[in-house]
Each structure stands twice: as C-alpha cells, then as structure tokens.
Design a protein around this ligand. Sequence first.
Ligand SMILES: Nc1ncnc2c1ncn2[C@@H]1O[C@H](COP(=O)(O)OP(=O)(O)OP(=O)(O)O)[C@@H](O)[C@H]1O
Length: 212
Amino acid sequence: MRPVLEVRELGFAYGNGALFRGVSFALAPGEALAVLGPSGSGKTTLLHLLAGLLPLQEGEVLWEGEAIRHLPEARLAPRRLRFLGLVFQHHFLFPELTALENVLAPGYLAGRVDRAWAWELLARLGLEGRAHFFPQRLSGGERQRVAVARALYLRPRLLLADEPTASLDRRQAREVLKLMRGLASEVGAALVLATHDEALVEGLPALRLVYP
Ligand SMILES: Nc1ncnc2c1ncn2[C@@H]1O[C@H](COP(=O)(O)OP(=O)(O)OP(=O)(O)O)[C@@H](O)[C@H]1O
C-alpha cells in the first residue's frame, strides 16, 4: 500500500546547530507514530515541516507519494485542508461557535457539510449533550475532544497531534488519546502524535528526538 506520509532524511536548523538530521519514516493508512523528546527537542518543528507550514531545508516530505517541496502555498493550502487534520496543545476552537458548529467549520470551507457525521463524531467522543455549548462552557477535556472531532471531520489522510493532552489530567489525557487513536484508525487516517510523556503512548512505534 502506498504510504500516506513519507519522510526522507529530514533535517532542520533555526541557526547554526542542527535541531535534527536524517529523520526518515513512512506511514500507511491507519498507522500511528509517536514523536518523543523533551521540551525544545524539535517536536513542533518536525510536525510543522510535515504539515508544509515551515519551508523544508534538508530532505523531503511526500504526501501520498507527492513531494511537497515545490508546491506553492496556493496549491498546498487546499490540499492541506483535505489531507491533514491538526490538533494542538491549545484547542483553538472558535469561541463564538458552538461545539457542533466548530466541528462543521472545516465542512463549510471545503463545501462538505454533513451534520449527521458531525453529530456522530461528537457522540463517539461522548459529547452529545454538549453539541450546543460554546467552548467557554466546556471543560478542558471536552474542548480537546471537540478539537479532535473537528480535525477528523473531513476524514483526513493524516492526523497530526502536537501535545494534544498536555493541558489535561492523566485520566482525561488517556481517555482523549484512546478516542483519538480509535477514530483516526476508523477513518483510515495515519497519526503522528508528539508528546514529551512516554508513558502516555506506550506500545506505539516511536521516533525519538534528542535535545541538541
Ligand atoms: N522560530 C524560531 N526561531 C528560532 N528558534 C526557534 C523557533 N521556533 C523554535 N525554536 C527553537 O527550536 C527548538 C525546538 O523547538 P520546538 O518548539 O520544535 O520543540 P518542542 O520539542 O516542540 O518543544 P516543546 O515541547 O517545548 O513545545 C527550541 O530550542 C526552540 O527555542
């Protein structure tokens, strides 16, 4: 099966010293990879490179076999919308939209509005009773679950999650990760999950970054 994401000999430096070099891996649909490393080791930088949000220096990133290096932003942006789901440490929900409207937001951008699917995602994440709540009225764990539902709404090929549970307690963090991994594999999305917390991602194949 063709990899969803392929990374070849990726290297990056902000200044003189390299943050990382020679990072290579490939992910098939439904596969997951943990990116581990302490604060400052370059996890966020790596995810931004995978998302085409930071210009590549050394190496290549391929989305479904296509190198993104030479794609101009005007072509990358619409592909990103369909190819990628993103979840960050902060939920970045639209405060003036309800949970349901937040989940539907990418659908409006992509011209694919499917309220039944948005409801199903919310229900699967245990948020049926919260669909019409504004983010301000949700708990931290509930907000992150809405962010996960929104990231999966367009059935992306790849889900990138950057410390998605760092603001949650252990029990909530485990619950959100379990739901995220289950739903990602169900929609066939490959998952790259960055965290400093190794215990949370036990059992997942891991890429380790070291503080330079
Ligand atoms: N725009 C930038 N310009 C210069 N240096 C940067 C920039 N962004 C990040 N850095 C530095 O690069 C290193 C890696 O940062 P990055 O955010 O990728 O690490 P991280 O592993 O995600 O850390 P954390 O877990 O704290 O978010 C850090 O030392 C950071 O200070």
